[in-house]
Design a protein around this ligand. Structure first.
Ligand SMILES: O=C(O)CCC(=O)C(=O)O
Ligand SMILES: [Fe+2]
Length: 183
C-alpha cells in the first residue's frame, strides 16, 4: 500500500530516526525471551520500540489499533495486541531471510512494515524481498517513504537486501495472546 499516511505524521516518524532526536537505538537481537542473541551475520539493524506515552509513536499505534479492530471485525482474526519498533539500517546492513513467527507458535500473526525513506533510488539496495514457503520470490518492495507492507507472519519468509544508504522503517506485529489457546 503506497502513501497511506498523512504527510505530517510520516514526517514526524521520519524525525524519530534522526540521531539527535533523543531516541536511543540499540543493536537488534534475534530469538525471543531468554534465547535472545545478537547475531550481526543475520541482521545488522538498530532498533527502538515505540512508546505509547510519546508522540508521534502514539499516533502510529492509534492507527494500528484501528486496523486491528477493523481486521478483527471483518476477518475475525482475533488479534490481541500490536508491538512495533523503529529500525535503522546503516549502509552495509541487511537482514537475512527469516520468518517472523515460528510455524505453530501462533504468537505473531500479521507483520507490518512501514518505510520512511525519501526518494529511494534503483541503486540504493535495501529492498524487502518477500517469498512463499517454496522460496519463490513473490515481491520486491522498494523501501520508499509511506509504503506499508502487510503479510501473514508465519507464511512469508522475507529478507532485507544489503542497503547502500541509511534505511529507516517501522516493523510491527499483530499478535494473539498465547493464553487464549489450549483451553
Ligand atoms: O525493514 C524491513 O523491511 C523488514 C524488517 C524485518 O523483516 C523485521 O524486522 O523482522
Ligand atoms: Fe521480519
Amino acid at each position: 500500500m503506497p502513501q497511506l499516511l498523512a504527510p505530517a505524521l510520516l514526517q514526524q516518524l521520519q524525525q524519530r530516526l534522526v540521531p539527535q532526536s533523543g531516541a536511543e537505538f540499540h543493536h537488534a537481537a534475534i530469538g525471543r525471551g531468554g534465547q535472545q542473541q545478537q547475531n550481526t551475520s543475520i541482521r545488522g539493524d538498530h532498533i527502538r520500540w515505540l512508546n505509547n506515552a510519546e508522540q508521534p509513536d502514539a499516533q502510529w499505534l492509534t492507527l494500528m489499533e484501528q486496523l486491528r479492530v477493523g481486521l478483527n471485525q471483518r476477518l475475525f482474526m482475533g488479534l490481541f495486541d500490536y508491538e512495533s519498533h523503529y529500525a535503522c539500517y546503516q549502509p552495509g546492513a541487511f537482514y537475512r531471510k527469516h520468518v517472523d513467527a515460528l510455524p505453530g507458535s501462533r504468537n505473531r500473526i500479521l507483520t507490518t512494515v512501514l518505510f520512511l525513506n525519501e526518494q529511494w533510488g534503483a541503486d540504493d539496495g535495501g529492498e524487502l524481498q518477500i517469498f512463499d514457503m517454496e522460496n519463490n520470490l513473490l515481491q520486491q518492495v522498494v523501501p520508499e517513504a509511506g509504503t506499508l507492507v502487510i503479510f501473514l507472519s508465519e507464511c512469508f519468509p522475507h529478507e532485507v537486501l544489503t542497503t547502500k544508504r541509511h534505511r529507516g522503517s517501522i516493523a510491527g506485529w499483530f499478535r494473539v495472546s498465547n493464553s487464549h489457546y489450549g483451553f
